[in-house]
Design a binder for this molecule. Structure first.
Ligand SMILES: Cc1ncc(C[n+]2csc(CCOP(=O)(O)OP(=O)(O)O)c2C)c(N)n1
Ligand SMILES: [Mg+2]
Length: 283
């Protein structure tokens, strides 16, 4: 099977901007790549439209580099800063109406199981904190309660970045934003805890300051979702533009958070644990 996802029409191939030609020639899917190979292949075009120091763009790069089977992965996005980045990767990608991502992903996963009974297809939701914790919360929780075989990844920049800085359910209590001038009045919604109690078989809370942990968490989450049930990875991807810190401090801000309220945490159900042991032994 060819791992090529992007196939430009032959007549137009040399008209593609150079960056896209590089993506076609050197995307993450040509051979098995991982987090430690970052920088040696093209996972997103450099001229993506994100702000300098964007934590979400870094989160998208790290997830793209962590997919266990990129050519057989369907990424589901929704409006937000992440979907700009995703459109600049060479991954199979579909957008949805804001908040509908887990409902759409559930249907597509079921359809792919029927269409390809002998071949695994990973369905991965990759969207912002507003998309999951606010408008999409009901559809997210219900996909977990129904035990859909999908992975949900939140890129949590603690704000509606894309629309200029409104508070989201994941914004920290007291945080002042462009469009929350008096500060947020209630704490972060505990989506990670909700994942644990609503049926996810594996969950991890990580930050962009720990790429290796992201690599391991994303791989485990996708493998467990294939056989056991829904999984969730929550990545802290701080936003310099809206949280108003200098753009060269993104990783430091994430590291400081990791030492405090955004500490690394993981849970795994006994069934998923057993499956992971079998899978690792078989490899
Ligand atoms: C139904 C609907 N409501 C509102 C919007 C406007 N909208 C687009 S992106 C967005 C916020 C995205 O915030 P988040 O999910 O945190 O992503 P970020 O931009 O921070 O990465 C909103 C409210 C929309 N596109 N569709
Ligand atoms: Mg956000």
């Amino acid at each position: 099977m060819s791992l090529r996802i992007l196939k430009p029409t032959a007549e137009f191939a040399d008209l593609l901007p150079k960056e896209y030609q590089e993506l076609v020639e050197n995307g993450p899917y040509h051979e098995q790549k991982g987090i430690s190979d970052l920088g040696t292949f093209k996972e997103i075009i450099e001229e993506h439209p994100h702000c300098a120091g964007c934590g979400v763009a870094l989160g998208v790069r790290l997830v793209a580099a962590s997919l266990p089977a990129p050519a057989d992965t369907l990424i589901i996005g929704t409006p937000g800063c992440s979907f700009f980045g995703l459109a600049q990767t060479a991954l199979n990608y579909s957008n949805t109406a804001f908040g509908n991502q887990n409902a759409v992903a559930s249907g597509l996963k079921r359809m792919l199981k029927i269409r390809y009974p002998d071949r695994n297809k990973d369905v991965v939701v990759l969207v912002g904190d507003g998309g999951i914790a606010d408008i999409g919360l009901d559809m997210t929780l219900h996909s977990w309660l129904r035990r859909e075989n999908i992975t949900t990844i939140m890129v949590d920049n603690e704000v509606y970045g894309n629309t200029g800085g409104q508070e989201s359910g994941m914004t920290k209590e007291g945080q002042v934003l462009n469009m929350a001038p008096e500060g947020k009045k209630f704490p972060k919604i505990p989506v990670f805890e909700l994942a644990r109690t609503s049926g996810c078989a594996y969950g991890a809370r990580v930050t962009v300051a720990s790429p290796r942990k992201i690599g391991e968490a994303v791989k485990k989450a996708i493998l467990v979702a294939r056989e056991v049930g829904p999984t969730y990875v929550q990545i802290y991807t701080p936003c310099p533009t809206n949280l108003k810190f200098p753009p060269d401090q993104t990783v430091k801000v994430a590291k400081d958070a990791e030492a405090g309220y955004y500490s690394f945490e993981e849970f795994i159900s006994p069934e998923a644990q057993e499956y992971m042991q079998k899978t690792t032994k078989a490899v």
